[in-house]
Design a protein. Structure first.
Length: 247
């Protein structure tokens, strides 16, 4: 792994347009469970499967049950940015990292200081009335019981993309353009199994494709560097002075 991290450091130093594409694995070190690994959200037991509860049709048909699950399993108020988030924010400050493209909805990239964050699946910190579009904070949602209602009487919905909903077209175009322009693409903490987001990495045509993930992905065979390890540890090592030394 040390050789691979040094190779990654070399790539980063020679690059001027780095883009990071991340998923749930970026936030697991902040205490937020991912969806598909052992112990992840999709392996928990509920009356309905999580992928059913987190669908738009379920939200419309059983809004009360949706919010019971949402408050219980989707919101982690105590979660703080971890070393992966802070390393990416530092890379942006250096002028090399041009965009963070995330499938996460926790808002931790912004909390860490990253400015150019493209949230493909929205953000739970934002909520809006489905009738009048009035904005509501996450704190408001948590202070209410059962179904949160707007002052106009409309139902409030988290500004997140549920199953059966399409991604925001503007976010898609921004993500695709950044990936296509990148001279280095780092993919981290994602199984690359959720489409259409996962398909966006196919727009990268450069020769510095990096995968950092604890498990294998179907893109590993295309990658120039593949590291199966902690994203926070790897990215922190990339920013450190000098090469990673053998112990």
């Amino acid at each position: 792994m040390i050789d691979k991290i040094n190779e990654l450091k070399n790539y980063f130093q020679k690059s001027s347009y780095v883009v990071f594409f991340g998923g749930a694995g970026v936030s697991t070190e902040s205490g937020i469970p991912d969806f598909r690994s052992t112990g992840g959200l999709f392996n928990a037991r509920y009356k309905y499967p999580p992928e059913v509860i987190l669908s738009y049709s379920f939200f419309k048909a059983q809004t009360s049950e949706f919010y019971r699950f949402y408050r219980d399993r989707m919101v982690y108020l105590d979660a703080k940015p971890n070393t992966a988030h802070t390393a990416l924010a530092q890379m942006e400050k250096q002028g090399k990292l041009k965009a963070v493209i995330t499938q996460n909805i926790d808002g931790l990239h912004h909390a860490a200081g990253s400015k150019n964050v493209i949230e493909l699946h929205g953000c739970m910190l934002r909520n809006f009335c489905m009738s009048c579009n009035k904005f509501y904070s996450l704190e408001f949602i948590l202070q209410t019981e059962d179904i949160p209602l707007c002052s106009c009487g409309g139902i409030i919905k988290p500004d997140v993309v549920l199953y059966e909903e399409g991604l925001d077209e503007t976010a898609i175009m921004k993500a695709v353009n950044h990936i296509a322009d990148a001279d280095m693409l780092i993919i981290g903490g994602t199984s690359l199994s959720v489409y259409p987001a996962a398909g966006m990495v196919n727009y990268y045509m450069g020769d510095k494709l990096v995968i950092i993930n604890k498990s294998k992905t179907h893109v590993d065979r295309r990658a120039d560097v593949t590291i199966h390890g902690s994203i926070g540890e790897v990215l922190t090592a990339v920013l450190a002075e000098g090469d990673v030394a053998y112990e």
